[in-house]
Design a protein around this ligand. Structure first.
Ligand code: NAD
Ligand code: ZN
Ligand code: ZN
Length: 369
């Protein structure tokens, strides 16, 4: 069927909203009409060329929610009319990682970056095949996806808020709760308060951290972090690290969660030097794929037993954790409504990313008609 969506034709390249053809769902696939999609920085990493992909044009968006419109053969657990969230990584449930409670590392997840064997989206009027961000393309009005990328949710939930759980919320919350192993009484620094970092703040607060220090050069972000429970907020890591030391008899933070928009080695180095003996620097943000190395004291690494922990999707198991996070929202524990600063029509997507770069949004969200 004919649809419309946001693509880049090359990288770096501008966001363009164009006519597309999307195929009917094949075996194991479903078609979804999008209701809303969050503007995560990861899509922008593709648009600016930080994260090259195997096929251009490429249809962006991965933090989406909508309604199932068609169901392919062999899909028994989803039906037309179901409300769903995309999990930005699929979970097969059968590979070594899924079977070990590490769905975020599912072998299917690696494949979404490859050129599709049978493309599901083409440019309209017989045009070129189009790649799909995370195998989903949430900035497309109607898209077809692998059913393993979809998590069914309750009809009571607002799709324009629930969409955030498919990436930003789970990634940030999990970075603190799972990867940072935040415990009651901990001192936690969250470096970079966007859609991911604000959820690391929420996660750290609810895991019982008593000192949660937000770091962001943008004043609006620092104010928002305090609304979400941060006890302190500073423009620089130097100030944050000093406060962490003051609160810990000179030791440093139990963990630093790095959720900067474009991560560089120096950010990881700052996080590493701010943690205490045996502390954890969690690296969640992405930078340029080609970047290698970070200024780390090898002596501190060994003799202080410090840890650097990468974190994909907050080390969550989407099948279990997306519904669990939504239950926390229903219970009034997890904030979602407050994360959405501005909403956009699909055609305003370029403006949305401009606002993200200018630090105007915790999260911008595209609302579909
Ligand atoms: N690991 C994963 O699974 C995963 C999932 C989603 C997103 N990400 C990545 O996480 C990162 C954050 O995403 P987002 O959508 O929240 O981005 P965002 O652009 O909305 O937020 C990033 C924030 O970092 C701040 N910042 C910039 N430089 C800083 C510095 N030196 N110190 C402190 N703060 C600084 C910015 O002001 C901004 O508020 C991106 O790199 C994104 O690609 C990773
Ligand atoms: Zn994302
Ligand atoms: Zn798997």
């Amino acid at each position: 069927m004919r649809t419309r969506g946001a693509i880049v034709r090359t990288a770096p390249g501008p966001y363009e909203v164009v006519d597309l053809e999307v195929s009917d769902p094949a075996e194991g696939e479903v078609q979804v009409r999008l209701a809303a999609a969050g503007l995560c920085h990861s899509d922008d990493h593709i648009a600016v060329g930080d994260s090259p992909v195997a096929i251009y044009p490429f249809a962006l968006g991965h933090e989406g929610a909508g309604v199932v419109t068609k169901v392919g053969r062999g899909v028994s657990d989803l039906a037309e009319g179901d409300h769903v969230i995309f999990s930005f990584l699929p979970a097969c449930g059968r590979c070594r990682w899924c079977a070990s409670g590490m769905q975020n590392l599912c072998d299917e997840g690696g494949k979404v970056w490859m050129a599709p064997e049978v493309p599901r989206i083409h440019l309209a009027d017989g045009g070129a095949p189009v790649g799909q961000m995370c195998g989903v393309s949430a900035f497309v009005e109607t898209t077809t996806v692998d059913a393993r990328s979809v998590v069914k949710i309750g009809d009571d939930l607002p799709l324009d808020k629930a969409c955030l759980v498919g990436c930003g919320v789970a990634t940030g919350w999990g970075a603190a709760v799972n990867s940072g192993a935040v415990r009651p009484g901990h001192i936690v620094i969250v470096m970079g308060i966007g859609g991911i970092g604000i959820n690391a703040v929420q996660g750290a607060v609810h895991a019982g951290a008593t000192t949660v220090i937000a770091v962001d050069p943008v004043e609006f972000k620092r104010d928002e972090a305090k609304r979400f429970g941060a006890t302190h907020a500073y423009a620089t890591m130097a100030e944050a690290a000093e406060i962490a030391r003051q609160h810990s008899n000179g030791q440093g933070a139990d963990s630093v969660i790095v959720t900067v928009g474009v991560v560089k080695g120096e950010h990881v180095g700052e996080a590493f030097s701010a943690i205490r003996k045996g502390g954890t620097a969690v690296v969640t943000g992405l930078g340029n794929n080609a970047d290698i190395g970070a200024p780390i004291s090898l002596t501190e690494l060994t003799l202080y037993q410090k840890r650097i922990q990468g974190s994909l999707f907050g080390q969550c198991n989407p099948t279990a954790d997306i519904p669990a996070l939504l239950d926390l929202y229903r219970a009034g524990v997890l904030k979602l409504d407050e994360i959405v600063t501005r909403t956009y029509a699909l055609d305003e997507i370029g403006q949305g990313y401009e606002d993200m770069h200018a630090g105007r949004n915790l999260r911008g969200v595209v609302l579909f008609d």
